[in-house]
Design a protein around this ligand. Structure first.
Ligand code: EPZ
Length: 422
């Protein structure tokens, strides 16, 4: 397995381009299975999770043609299998979107799914509730099974918890249902709107994405040849913003939608970091001095949970004590042990972390425990004194396109090496 080796304490200068949104792509690529026409999808990030999904879609029988590193054409007009029990699915939570697409179009789906993840339980009860309301028989136990005699029937569905995955999955399944589906208390993340726009481009009738209520008028079929480009990745952009703030310097982060970054920009400004917004880019100017700040993660438009570990890494060197509360996941602070190895002072009590800022972090050998925890360790390594070795970077590869290369292009000293001990 590979590792990153970072020689820290170097300022970052220059420009970096943000890739397409991974968490939009993991839903949009399976949703292309609904279409009898071809979908040409651009701005897909070249990351492991996307390659897994494309592999699965291809094995189900869709024609998947890689047009370039960041674009793909999917043609699901031929025979498509509805049982997916491939080994590759054991690595991916987002495989549940394949269930929504196969159920919606063929009335049957059996998709193997991993259990929990490194930050706790990942329930799918709300996905099940939605599919059941649409008329499917659903069971979940290692294999996510959903079956119905088509068509699904439109229904009113209230989500007890705001869930990105359930919102998207029910939306995908309901596109071809008979009648109208109304989903209430939905998630409003930018990628929810992106998925809805993609479905509408294929001929669906989805309204309200980005608000609390989504209305889907079922259509008989989707049969259009379309071209669609994904929105930029909010979390990758946020990661580069924080990296520049942490290391100090002056970095222009390009291909972003500043509106999607508001919660992150506001928090950085509260930490006395200069954030300049342009129409499709954001400049971060920092001398590496970070003010303390409290924050709580919440569904969009709140501060994103996926930025939480990365923000905590930055706050380890803030002037004073900060409190970070995790409002989305039960257990998303395991990585703090790794930051402590680098000299951070953090105590965790349930969903709350108290971070006493230290003058500097010191390089150490640390382990990435999940995707965003891995990114947090990279940020810590960039500002630490000396050498940091980050092991288990397979997690980081799942969601950051050419992370080391992009960081090197703005002056970071980060190398990828093989790690024979791992
Ligand atoms: C998505 O996961 C993202 N993953 C996660 O990002 C992100 O942390 C999360 O949304 C929240 O923003 C993908 O898009 C692939 P949820 P998802 O359903 O959809 C509870 C990353 O790093 N819940 O919004 O699985 C759940 O326990 C990944 O890129 C139920 O109770 O998250 C949690 O507390 C990690 N029942 C809350 O809802 C359900 O059926 C939010 O989860 C579903 C969820």
């Amino acid at each position: 397995m590979d590792k990153f080796v970072i020689n820290g304490n170097k300022s970052l200068y220059g420009e970096v381009d943000i890739s397409g949104a991974k968490n939009a792509a993991v839903a949009i690529l399976p949703a292309a299975l609904l279409n009898k026409g071809t979908c040409t999808i651009e701005n897909i990030p070249d990351v492991k999770d996307i390659n897994y999904i494309l592999d699965v879609i291809g094995r189900l029988g869709a024609k998947v043609e890689r047009l370039s590193r960041n674009s793909v054409r999917i043609d699901a007009s031929g025979d498509i299998a509805t049982v997916a029990d491939f080994e590759v699915l054991n690595h991916m939570r987002a495989s549940y979107y394949i269930v929504g697409a196969l159920l919606g179009r063929f009335g049957n789906a059996e998709v193997s799914m991993p259990g929990g993840c490194n930050f706790g339980e990942r329930p799918v009860d709300l996905h099940k509730k939605g599919f059941t309301a649409l008329g499917a028989d659903v069971s979940v136990s290692g294999i996510f099974k959903a079956k119905t005699t088509l068509p699904l029937k439109g229904a009113n569905i209230y989500l007890d918890t705001v869930s990105v995955g359930a919102t998207i999955n029910i939306m995908i399944a309901a596109v071809l249902a008979e009648g109208t589906t109304i989903i209430e208390n939905v998630a409003k993340e930018p990628h929810i709107v992106d998925v809805a726009n993609f479905l509408n481009a294929m001929g669906a009738n989805v309204k309200g994405a980005g608000t609390d209520v989504i209305r889907i008028k079922g259509v008989k079929e989707l049969n259009k040849n379309i071209n669609y480009a994904l929105i930029p990745d909010q979390i990758e952009a946020g990661t580069f913003m924080v990296a520049a703030a942490a290391a100090g310097g002056n970095v222009l982060i390009k291909n972003v939608i500043p509106k999607h970054m508001e919660a992150i920009s506001a928090k950085l400004e509260e930490m006395n970091i200069t954030v300049q917004e342009f129409s499709d880019s954001i400049r971060i100017i920092s001398d590496g001095t970070v003010g303390k700040a409290n924050l709580k993660t919440l569904p969009y438009p709140g501060f994103p949970t996926d930025m939480q570990p990365i923000a905590v890494a930055l706050l380890t060197v803030a002037k004073g004590t900060s409190i970070v509360t995790e409002g989305v996941w039960e257990n998303r602070f395991q990585y703090v042990d790794e930051l402590r190895r680098m000299g951070a002072h953090i105590t965790v009590n349930g969903r709350m972390a108290v971070i006493e800022g230290v003058d500097k972090l010191t390089g150490a050998v640390v382990n990435a425990t999940d995707l965003r925890a891995g990114a947090a360790l990279v940020v810590a390594g960039l500002m630490a004194e000396g050498k940091t070795v980050i092991r288990n970077i397979k997690y980081i590869d799942r969601g950051y396109e050419h992370f080391a290369e992009k960081l090197r292009s703005i002056g970071a000293d980060i190398q990828r090496d093989s790690d024979p001990s791992n």
